[in-house]
Every structure is written in C-alpha cells, then in structure tokens.
Design a protein around this ligand. Sequence first.
Ligand SMILES: [Zn+2]
Ligand SMILES: [Zn+2]
Length: 327
Amino acid sequence: MRAMRLARPNEALRMEEFTGASAGPGEIRVSVSACGVCRTDLHLVDGELPNPKLPIVPGHEIIGRVIALGEGASRFRIGERVGIPWLGWVCGRCEFCRRGEENLCPFARFTGYQIDGGFASEATADERFAFRLPDNYSDEAAAPLMCAGLIGWRALNAAGDAGRLGIFGFGAAAHIVVQVADARQQKVFGFVHPGDEKAKSFARAMGAVWAGNSDAPPPEPLDAAIIFAPVGDLVPAALRAVRPGGTVVCGGIHMSDIPSFPYNILWGERTLRSIANLTRRDAAEFLDFAGKTPLDTRTVRYPLSQANAALSDLRDGRLMGAAVLIP
Ligand SMILES: [Zn+2]
Ligand SMILES: [Zn+2]
C-alpha cells in the first residue's frame, strides 16, 4: 500500500510504501477510494493538536471497500462499501461511555490522529466504528459527510431549535449544514472573512438567505450561531449576533485564543458551548438523514500524492467546499 505520512509536525507529508499490513481481531481492512481533507488534518500537520501518534497517516473521512476481515469481524462483507470517521475506538467502560457520551471518552482513539487514517491506498478500522453509507452518493461525494457532515450535524443539534441560524466560516462543514438546516426550515445567515466575495456567493449558492462580513452585525438577531472558523475573535462577534437566550456553538477542535469581552454580551441567558468529536449514534442518525435527504456536497479532487497541495489550499482559504484525495 501507499500512504502520505507525517513524520513530525510542521513538515510536509511524504509518500511511503508499506507491505504486510493486515486486519487484527475485530478489524476490517479497506481499499480506500476517497478520503476527505479536514481542517483537523491541517491542525495536526501544523502541530496544533497534542500527542499525535508519530509517524501518522492523517485522514478521517475515509470511503472504501472491505478487502479483509480480521478474526471475529462479522458486521461487513468483503466488497461492501463503508465510511470510517474520526472516532476510531472508545473504552466502553468509563463514566462518559456509560452515560452515552463516548465522544468525551478520555481513552478514545481517533482516526488519522492515534490510528493511521485514510491518506493512503488502504486503511484498517475497528469494525464497530465503521458505517454503511447511503447509496445515493459517489465515493467522492460521500467523503465530506464523514466529518464535515457529521460534526456539522452534531453542531446543528447543539444549536437547538434555531429558526435563524448564523454560521461563521463557510467551508466544508458549513456547506453541508446549510443544506440540513434548509431542509429543517431554518434560515441560515453566513458570515465570512471580511471582503471574501467568493465565499459570500458560495454561501448564498448553497442556501444561505444572507451572507456578509463576520465583523458586521446580521440584518436581524439570530437564535443561534455555529463557529466553524478556528478564530477566537469570532466568539464575541457571534455572542453579539445572537438574541437573549440564544446559543453560540464552537464546532472546531482548535481555535485561536478568545479575546476578553464585556459580560453584557453573554448576559441575557446566552449560552456559549463547544462540541467535541462525534458519537456512533450521531453517525447513524446523520447517515440515515443523508440517505433520505440528498445533500449536494461540493468537492475538489486531488490525487493522493497532492495531499500537501490540498492542505495548503485549505490553509489559504482557496477551497469552495471540501478537498477529497483519490488514491
Ligand atoms: Zn470511555
Ligand atoms: Zn474532521
């Protein structure tokens, strides 16, 4: 197999060849047909996430077909198409796991972070953390569902019953969330980097009723806002944009420091919260929804060997939609 591997943070990924990898007990081995590129991969490469396994093959939006079953693995058949997301393993015993909050398990292991991921021609996963996919998506179109879609789904649910929803940062997650919100009759207001006209048109094209600069107020107060851009300055901006009783959800795994802000923008029973990772229940619910409500994922395709180019296009804000690597 071939893989783009990170030896040390702040270095480029390097193509390497491996032989002899196989599926262990309870695992499936898949031939990767597409893998999405997520901002978390960028944080990993930039050294912004603590304690990665190194060297590591990044990538946690894996679409592939099962080519081998480890001992005792029986959920899938050889040849079946599966998706493999960020959550790769949990302990099942701790207080979080027992409460149904496996996304917070302190012993959790994540795909492309502690477990080699999908920037590769093959990958291995614990079969309990892989999912069947709805048929109405190509491999390339399904890849962004596995994190941008899933995390977006969790963030949208955390935002509550918001008729008027703000989204700060209009990348891969936002372009899926806006469609889910639209299907739920929620109006989306898209906030982009000031002056980024291309991103504004993209937000409107995907279903936002309004798109504007993140440093300006929305045309009407919002019931909730989700921040996907990893920019701490957006937290006070989002709090100012939501009505009393409204909620601001931080959807990213990493964010620059949040500047201090006056208490009166939190006062009025506004809630500020984050979401972390995903549960298998989120995945099952979201993939079921995506099967019934076709989502138009916009992808930009790169060959596996161009993973570094995909990451720099993401870093520089050049992507409209989601980058997907094709091995
Ligand atoms: Zn646990
Ligand atoms: Zn991700």
